[in-house]
Write a protein that binds this ligand. Structure first.
Ligand SMILES: Cc1cc2nc3c(=O)[nH]c(=O)nc-3n(C[C@H](O)[C@H](O)[C@H](O)COP(=O)(O)OP(=O)(O)OC[C@H]3O[C@@H](n4cnc5c(N)ncnc54)[C@H](O)[C@@H]3O)c2cc1C
Length: 505
């Protein structure tokens, strides 16, 4: 049933005890609630937004960013029923076994669970996300020999499934699920021993709203990679520093995938697939001590370039300091590493001159100093807002630079084409050199309540239970121990199904 908690009748539906209180109705929360209900449990599914996007709900997601440039925090997700699946692109891929194991070049990396713990959910995830192969999944005509250092990988694609649209009818007619909308979690109250949650406190948007409580045997926080830590840090009235934060880990290790365009390829022939994905082999990673990265090679028909512009570029680029001079006079960056008369000629016949562009999507290093804390500003519900300080490490820059260079060599060796690397990709710090306009965003907030068997290195255990609390669990990419290069939603849904099975058991 659907209950709007802005009305007294809506609130009355939550006066009874539930088996599980799921907070947040994005892919994690909706998957969890559906599965728990199917297992016979009574579920309160509490969503802070409404059924549609609204300004008052979205404003709660506003925060400040003081580190590496990040999109506006409220633009980076959707705060309404269905969560950010209202915006996502649907690109999916499961973690590989090796990506869940520790890698020495990435200290703190490695999950306490393995791919074998997530694999049993593959078929259900495919159904939930309506997965089909992405792009062309034909095997490469000539398999790449492993000694080349790169291998081709494939993705799956979701429609993209909008959870709010796909699951609303099912959830509102499910006898075991009570869905509350406009229900914002504003506190979790613990027992006297501080070992379990006794009730969750919610509020709607009215300034004078006294709030109401929901009681359940277990509570699952599924509010996304920013909000999961922000809420735990805010709930500090019984435990200084916040819930689950006894080792000062909540909000640390924030990361997102590092995405940027690194160059263009003049291809030898029109490729058999428009988009292909390559990753360095494990041997390459071990030898170079770099992190995992995926390189998208997109074939495209190039738009004809403008002759006057490219002629001017060629002339100016022959001058010493041409780039700096042009920038000083026109205010525009000349980019001598691309374009020019030669390219103009080639661009006039795109069929005869196939072009590609290379975009990298790099696994970020785990950095405890990259973190979410609280700002002094408060939202309309009285909670302190998010302060994001996103930081990368030198290995992130080196991974992008070295992998891109090696990939250029790989394409040349295989006779696929010649890659023109952008200056930014070759810079000492490709990430800073590329940001902010040219950097493409991952929109994946990960690792802020990471999973570890040891409370000194993680916030949740292998069952997603917050260390030190008997009945508080977390869903979503904040529990990722290591981010991987994969888009996160596939794994988020696998983890939600696994958590439901754990709770039902
Ligand atoms: C532009 C864009 C493109 C993307 N493309 C891809 C892609 O191609 N592939 C991929 O795998 N992923 C992609 N993603 C990421 C994907 O959307 C997320 O991984 C996914 O939505 C996370 O699911 P979640 O349930 O953990 O969190 P969310 O989707 O963020 O849901 C959290 C829910 O909690 C609610 N909530 C928040 N605070 C409270 C509170 N205090 N009380 C109650 N409820 C609350 C929110 O309103 C929301 O409904 C993309 C994201 C964006 C923004």
């Amino acid at each position: 049933m659907l209950h709007d908690v802005e009305t007294p009748e809506g609130r009355a539906a939550f006066a009874r005890p539930f088996d599980v209180c799921v907070i947040g109705a994005g892919p994690a929360g909706i998957t969890l609630a559906r599965r728990l209900a199917a297992r016979g449990l009574a579920v309160a599914l509490m969503e802070g937004g409404g059924l549609e996007w609204s300004e008052e709900s979205q404003d709660i997601a506003v925060g400040e960013s003081v580190g590496l440039t990040y999109p506006d925090l409220d633009a980076a997700r959707v705060r309404a029923f269905g969560g950010s699946s209202g915006h996502w692109n649907g690109l999916c891929r499961a973690f590989e076994a090796a990506d869940m194991r520790p890698r020495p070049q990435n200290p703190s990396s490695g999950w306490p669970i393995g791919r074998e713990d997530l694999d049993p959910y593959q078929a259900e995830v495919a159904e939930i996300l309506d997965l089909v192969p992405a792009y062309d999944d034909a095997a490469p005509a000539t398999p790449i020999p492993p000694e080349d250092g790169f291998e081709q990988v494939w993705y799956l694609r979701s429609a993209p499934t909008r959870f709010g649209e796909k699951y609303l009818d099912e959830i509102t007619s499910a006898p075991r699920i009570a869905l509350g909308v406009h229900a914002n979690l504003v506190d979790l109250r613990l027992d006297d021993g501080l070992t379990s949650v006794t009730r969750a406190v919610f509020r709607a948007y009215g300034a004078a709203d006294p709030g109401f409580t929901v009681t359940a045997q277990s509570y699952c926080l599924c509010t996304g990679g920013f909000e999961n830590p922000r809420l735990l840090l805010n709930f500090d009235s019984q435990i200084p520093g916040g819930i689950g934060n006894q080792n000062d880990l909540v909000g640390r290790f924030f990361c997102d995938h590092l995405r940027m365009e690194v160059g263009e390829v003049i291809m030898s022939a029109v490729p058999e697939a428009e988009v292909r994905f390559f990753t360095p082999t494990e041997d390459f990673l071990a030898e170079r001590q770099t992190l995992k990265i995926v390189l998208h090679l997109d074939y495209y028909r190039r738009k004809p370039l403008s002759l006057p512009k490219e002629l001017a570029r060629s002339v100016q680029c022959t001058l010493p300091f041409g780039e700096r001079l042009a920038e000083a006079v026109t205010g525009d960056v000349l980019h001598c590493d691309r374009g020019g008369v030669e390219d103009w000629l080639a661009s006039r016949d795109p069929e005869a001159n196939p072009w590609g562009r290379v975009v990298v999507n790099s696994e970020p290093a785990l950095n405890p100093e990259s973190r979410i804390t609280l700002s002094d500003a408060r939202d309309a519900l009285g909670l302190r807002r998010t302060r994001l300080d996103w930081r990368t490490l030198p290995i992130d820059d080196r991974t992008i630079r070295e992998s891109t260079l090696a990939f250029a060599g790989h394409l040349a060796d295989r006779g696929e084409g010649r890659m023109r690397l952008y200056d930014t990709a070759l810079a000492e710090q490709p990430i800073r050199a590329t940001e902010p306009e040219q950097r493409l965003n991952g929109w994946h907030q990960m690792c802020t309540t990471r999973m570890s068997d040891d409370p000194k290195t993680g916030v949740v255990d292998r069952n997603c239970r917050v260390h030190g609390l008997a009945n508080l669990y977390i869903g979503g990419s904040s529990v990722f121990s290591t981010p991987g290069f994969q888009n996160p939603t596939y794994t988020i849904v696998q983890l939600a199904l696994r958590l439901a099975d754990h709770l039902a058991a």
